[in-house]
Design a protein around this ligand. Sequence first.
Ligand code: ATP
Length: 305
Amino acid sequence: MDAAIEVADLRKTYRGRGTGEVRAVDGVSFRVERGEFFGILGPNGAGKTTTLEIVEGLRKPDSGTVRLLGLSPWPHSPELTGRLGVQLQASAFFEFLTAREQIETFAQLYGASKARAAEMLELVGLTEHANVRCEKLSGGQQQRLSIACALVGDPELVFLDEPTAALDPQARRNLWDLMRSINAEGRTVVLTTHYMEEAEALCDRVAIMDAGKIRAVDSPAGFVRSLDAPTKVTVAAGQLSGERVQALAAGEPWTADEAAVVFETRDPRKLLTELASDGALDGLAVRTANLEDVFLHVTGREWRA
Ligand SMILES: Nc1ncnc2c1ncn2[C@@H]1O[C@H](COP(=O)(O)OP(=O)(O)OP(=O)(O)O)[C@@H](O)[C@H]1O
């Protein structure tokens, strides 16, 4: 069977007036298998949106090829379009429509029934707000409506471009559950995000993108494993003598300031057991490597979303 997505050597340069050239996408290749939850993670301006728009067939690349479900998205083919769900930004809603009217309009475009539209409103928890005009919905509700619109045509492949941007943490987590269920139904999901925790929580595999290039692709756990970074164990200051700190560190790196001692260890179990028997558990924090460390490692730059 064909892959869900096959992208080879995409390039796109914007030629601005006065601002010179921006190589927004600079030789991007990746492959997404059917049923995968695939993330493109990168800071603002990394080129995620441009990449996604090209892959969706909304923008033409300067060069490179895209195959979706074995077909080319450019020029448009109705056969393919009906199998894709593209989440548009809330600003792309039709003006003055209620949530129900909005999704029924999308349903009509996709040849889907009103019943299906109602079902999707229910899925994203907006049935009670069906008669509210879109501009009166909260940010989270608008995002959920735009996802519902993307799903109304029962797509195999769903594209979500920063769906949780600017949402509060609770609304973000509610959307995570929704995205997981969309994927659990067997749909392939491609998500762009600049939230590390989001990529870590949702994606089977993540492409780390920076300055127009994909720097690495792996599962979140695979990335962290390959980093082989020590665990950082923090304890509040004042509980351990200098001598004891030396002994506990057992030759591994540690730092201390007025507030805390931070051990770096490859054997956290041993260190934690000893700290427990010392009764030195105040302010204890254990931190393993995460995608932030991975980003620094693969790009050589601190993460700044
Ligand atoms: N229409 C355009 N004309 C000129 N430059 C553009 C255009 N669209 C994007 N760019 C530039 O191309 C680069 C990549 O932008 P893009 O929106 O693809 O990145 P992104 O990773 O999606 O960022 P964000 O998270 O901020 O949306 C940026 O430097 C951006 O300023």
